[in-house]
Design a binder for this molecule. Structure first.
Ligand SMILES: O=C(CO)[C@H](O)[C@H](O)COP(=O)(O)O
Length: 237
């Protein structure tokens, strides 16, 4: 099975958890886009949901598919969010932000009664950290912020690479909120909670890509089938 087909399989399984009338947070990235596609097909058959997007890209995709969209200002509580991840460990701790949407993704997931993560098996890890941890930082005081990050008391010092829009145009990537992304190669992160706490104390860091205690369920598609980590279907969300 291709990686694309695995993403579709996880996305379609997540659709089973969506009930008519739910308020649904829509994630960002190629796997989340498969879920939006699948939901769009269901909506085209008359299924009614109201959704909030975690990025402008997802918002545009969902609108084009005829999905009814709202905002967290109008719907401050959502029933469920479905999103992808860059890494998932056995305790449902995640690294997210590969698509640069981590701030809105965390706001939307935290405003939801439950979060389902969908991924292909390549995202499942023993210990987080092979994927560089994305941080959303304000442009003001960037050099000072990077100094503070590299001074954090963690094994591998790292000030973070400023993410570029493309490799060639020399312009930094800007998030939907106008901020920058620093990709931090901290190496293995055996204690994500501690790193999360430390990063929260750096004023220029708006948010970091560690999602701890947020995801309730992960649907992971591998060539040997689907694996579900987390709450049983019967009591979720
Ligand atoms: O966190 C994200 C975007 O900010 C994505 O969910 C994450 O990068 C996974 O993306 P993909 O499904 O394309 O591998």
């Amino acid at each position: 099975m291709s990686q694309d087909a695995l993403k579709v399989a996880a996305a379609e399984q997540a659709l089973e958890y969506i009930e008519e009338g739910m308020r649904v947070g829509l994630g960002t990235g190629s796997t989340a886009a498969k879920f939006v596609e699948a939901l769009g097909r269901k909506v085209a058959q008359g299924f009614k949901v109201t959704c909030v997007a975690t990025s402008e890209v997802t918002q545009a995709q969902a609108l084009a598919l005829g999905i009814q969209m709202s905002t967290l200002d109008d719907q401050p509580y959502l029933d469920i969010t479905v999103d992808g991840a860059d890494e998932i460990d056995g305790a449902l701790r995640l690294i997210k932000g590969g698509g640069g949407a981590l701030l809105r993704e965390k706001i939307v997931a935290t405003a939801s009664g439950g979060m389902i993560v969908i991924a292909d098996a390549s995202k499942q890890v023993e210990t987080l950290g092979a994927f560089p941890l994305p941080l959303e930082v304000v442009p003001f005081g960037l050099a000072a912020t990077r100094n503070m990050i590299s001074a954090l008391a963690i094994d591998v010092g790292c000030e973070g690479d400023i993410r570029m829009r493309t490799l060639s145009d020399g312009a930094p990537f800007r998030t939907d909120s106008g901020n920058l992304i620093l990709d931090c190669h901290f190496g293995r992160i055996p204690a994500p909670e501690e790193l999360d706490e430390a990063l929260k104390l750096v004023p220029g860091v708006v948010e970091n890509g560690l999602f701890i205690g947020i995801a309730d369920l992960a649907i992971i598609a591998g060539s040997d089938g689907l694996t579900v980590i987390g709450a049983e279907e019967s009591d979720f969300p």
